[in-house]
Design a protein around this ligand. Structure first.
Ligand SMILES: *[C@@H]1O[C@H](CO)[C@@H](O)[C@H](O)[C@H]1NC(C)=O
Ligand SMILES: *[C@@H]1O[C@H](CO)[C@@H](O)[C@H](O)[C@H]1NC(C)=O
Ligand SMILES: *[C@@H]1O[C@H](CO)[C@@H](O)[C@H](O)[C@H]1NC(C)=O
Length: 261
């Protein structure tokens, strides 16, 4: 809720200029060829419209002590479903400059789940980093041993009592998979928590996995978010925000949201 003031402060004139003009859409009385044409997909500025983002912001419990994560949750779903411009609109219209790095970090951290090209296109649509967000965060000289240690530690706390069996099982899919996960991904990417903490990282992963249609892995990280201290209400809200964003992308009705056209 406390982010709402930013919504009005940061509303870019670009958004209203780019808003689709419904009255110019082909009507049923148009020429035969127009009648047979498939419906034009919603533009990205419409997908990430101010009223839809405001609606998403109300989905997170106001009783939660956490910062409302709706911006990066919806941004990741747009990025992972290949709607880079929509991810850029979320950033430009709802994220205050001082939180730009948090939004970028959420997309960066989860790129391994939905694909680097989609992350790159989405962050390009946010424009270049400025100010504090330009500062390098990770230490590129950290030792492999330290990365592996931190990776295993985070994997353990995410998977709890299922960590050992999950690691063993995933080692059977490729002999170097464990190295990839612990040393290259969990250690340096997920395990860096100066910008996004463990619980927020789990929220971001849930959004990426919903966007990427991976229900099995989503369930793993729903459990992980709870192990990192999230309440059921908070996790349910994250799932809802991600699912609603995906419905929006798919042109499906979003429960409780009145169309803003
Ligand atoms: C919307 O489209 C209609 C019909 O093409 C046009 O008359 C009108 O000027 C347009 N409005 C805007 C704001 O572009
Ligand atoms: C977001 O703002 C940046 C300027 O900071 C601009 O380059 C970019 O095109 C904008 N993105 C969208 C989707 O409007
Ligand atoms: C991770 O958990 C395994 C058991 O599943 C344990 O042997 C190992 O010491 C733990 N490592 C860290 C860094 O927490």
């Amino acid at each position: 809720m406390h982010l709402l003031p930013f919504l009005s402060l940061c509303l870019s004139p670009l958004i209203s200029m780019a808003a689709p003009n419904i009255s110019s859409a082909p009507s049923s009385s148009a020429s035969p060829s127009a009648t047979c044409a498939p419906a034009a997909p919603a533009s990205d500025s419409h997908l990430a419209s101010p009223s839809f983002l405001r609606f998403l912001s109300t989905q997170f419990p106001s009783t939660s002590k956490l910062a409302n994560p709706y911006t990066y949750i919806s941004g990741i779903v747009f990025a992972s479903t290949n709607h880079a411009e929509a991810a850029g609109f979320v950033h430009n219209t709802t994220v205050p400059a001082c939180e730009s790095i948090k939004y970028r970090e959420a997309l960066y951290k989860t790129a391994v789940l939905y694909g680097a090209p989609r992350m790159i296109n989405s962050l390009l649509a946010c424009g270049p980093t400025t100010g504090e967000a330009k500062k390098t965060r990770r230490n590129p000289r950290e030792s492999v041993e330290e990365l592996e240690r931190r990776g295993v530690e985070l994997f353990n706390s995410t998977y709890g009592e299922t960590a050992k069996v999950t690691r063993e099982r995933l080692s059977t899919i490729h002999p170097d998979f464990d190295y990839m996960m612990m040393t290259l991904v969990y250690g340096p990417i997920y395990g860096f928590d100066d910008v996004l903490g463990e619980m927020e990282t789990s929220f971001a992963m849930i959004a990426a996995l919903i966007g990427a249609d991976a229900p099995l892995q989503t369930s793993w990280h729903v459990a992980g978010a709870m192990r990192h201290g999230a309440t059921k209400e908070e996790v349910d809200a994250v799932l809802r925000i991600a699912e609603y964003t995906k419905k929006r992308v798919n042109g499906e009705k979003v429960p409780g949201f009145e169309e803003d056209l």
